[in-house]
Structure formats: structure tokens, C-alpha cells
Design a protein around this ligand. Sequence first.
Ligand code: ADP
Length: 247
Amino acid sequence: MTTSKILEIENLTINFDGFKALNNLNFSMDTGELRVIIGPNGAGKTTFLDVITGKVQPTEGRVLFKGKNIKKTPEYQIACLGIGRKFQTPRVYLNLTVRENLDLVCNRNKSVFSTLFNRPAATEMRTVAELLETIGLEAKADLAATLLSHGEKQRLEIGMLVAQSPDLLLVDEPAAGLTDEETENVGALLLSLAESHSIIAIEHDMEFVRQIANNKVTVLHQGSVLCEGTMDQVQNDPRVIEVYLGQ
Ligand code: ADP
């Protein structure tokens, strides 16, 4: 079945011992969209990504990825379906060089993804040199990752995700702890990736949200969608102002 929706989430509820971290949440996004998700602490943003990636099983509801229900897909298979997740803290191999980090993912994909899951090997689609150019780290390719700045590590990890040729990229607070310049670089990278990927970015930093929100922003509150719209619409929405002022 073909669908223009990369992700559709219906009536999603997560009950943690009686507490609803997600409460009858409905969400959908088009293929090729960059969607930014904001919301106060505890709104359910991370849990939302945990459900999409199979880390947490919903109590109720459906998660459709490219029209297929993936609710019961185990976490280790989600990446193979084409969903890549970047956590807040960069998970790169610090003792390996930038190039070796990218090489490792490309080679792993070649064997695991293509053999077991019949997905194209990343190396056929992206070479390490292309990835280095995409993330703007050509000049640092032979440096150990431990010597990179925090922002550069974030970009390297994003490159490692892109090497998996994901259809949907989930990015959790990529600007956290970055300098203004690094924030802008990571934003520019996400905007360039958005030309060829569907992306969900969770973010707190409103300057950064303004930089990358090229379409719709979704506001989560108490485990549900409070409102959606352009950045201008949501930041002028009295419900959003109330929720943020109430923090
Ligand atoms: P956000 O990312 O928006 O800050 P989270 O998704 O981390 O919010 O958390 C939403 C709510 O669910 C919070 O109140 C949090 O304490 C609660 N929560 C998250 N994971 C668990 C868990 N495994 N058990 C119990 N409560 C949880």
C-alpha cells in the first residue's frame, strides 16, 4: 500500500502504573516533512519517540509507518525498517576517527541491513566521503572523535544515522548544550537533510525551533497534542503561552 503519510499515530496511550505519559494522542505527518515537536518538560516528547522506535510498547493505539502497523515491532528491527533515532547525547565511538565512525556504520549496514533485511546497502547510496561533506567534517576526518566539539559530535552522529539510509529521522534535542554557532550549523544540517528525508525534531531551544521549523510545529502537553500550526501560529496561541508560562 502506498501512502503520502510517513507516520500516522492513532489514539496512542501509554500507561505507566496508572500515569498516562501519552493520553489518546493522534498525530500524522507527510512523507518529506520536517516536523518540530515542542512542549514543556514532562509533556511526553521522549516517550513519543520511545513508542515510535519500539522502546516502549503502547497500552492502546496504533503506530503506522508508511501505512504499516509497527506497534509490535521490536526495537532492534525498527532501524531496519527505515527509522533512525538520534538521542540527546551523541553516541559516537570516541577513540575512533570521524572517518572510522562513518566507515563502521556503512560496513555494518552493508552486511546486516542488506543481507538480513533486504534494504539497500548504505555504501551504494552514500559513500563515507559524501557523508563527510554532508556533515561538514571533511577537514576533521582523521581526528579521533573525542577531539571534536560537542556540536561536531552531534553532526557526526547525525551522519552515522544518515548512513543507515533512514526514511524517517528522529532527532531528540540536537541543540542542547551547543554554542550559538554550533546550533546554527546543526540547524543548517537538518534543513539540508530535510530536502531528502522525513524528520521529527524535538527541541526546547526556541531560537533553534525558529531556524528549522519550515512547516508545522506540534505542541505536546500532558501526553496529548495541544495544537499544531506554523511557528507563528503556535507561539501566538493562548493555550501554548499559558502552558509555557505555567512552567
Ligand atoms: P518530555 O520528554 O516531554 O520531558 P517524557 O516523555 O520524558 O517527557 O515523560 C513524560 C512523563 O512520563 C513524565 O511525567 C515522566 O516522568 C513519565 N515517564 C516517562 N517514562 C516513564 C516510565 N518508564 N515510568 C514512569 N513514568 C515515566
